[in-house]
Design a protein around this ligand. Structure first.
Ligand SMILES: N[C@@H](CCC(=O)N[C@@H](CS)C(=O)NCC(=O)O)C(=O)O
Length: 75
């Protein structure tokens, strides 16, 4: 299953979720609380070295850059 980590803050997260929904991808969504610094936790820094969201994890690999999610969804 795909796993998106995001936060309710911007279109970068919204478009990632929209693309996953539009493609009918089975995914789990976890909302990170930026005010608590959850995006800078060691766990999230292992997914994204700059501690940003959104991230897309699948089979132990994590992708980031929401524009890249949109690009690969069109492949
Ligand atoms: N170009 C990246 C931008 C990622 C980005 O800057 N995300 C923001 C939220 S939209 C973020 O993580 N902000 C928290 C921070 O930089 O600490 C993308 O499109 O995924």
């Amino acid at each position: 299953m795909y796993h998106i980590h995001g936060a309710n803050v911007s279109s970068n997260i919204t478009k990632t979720v929209y693309v996953a929904e539009e493609l009918g991808i089975d995914f789990k969504y976890t909302n990170l609380d930026l005010s608590k610094g959850e995006h800078k936790s060691p766990e999230h820094l292992a997914r994204h070295p700059l501690g940003k969201i959104p991230t897309l994890t699948h089979d132990g690999e994590t992708l980031f850059e929401s524009g890249a999610f949109v690009d690969i969804s069109q492949a």
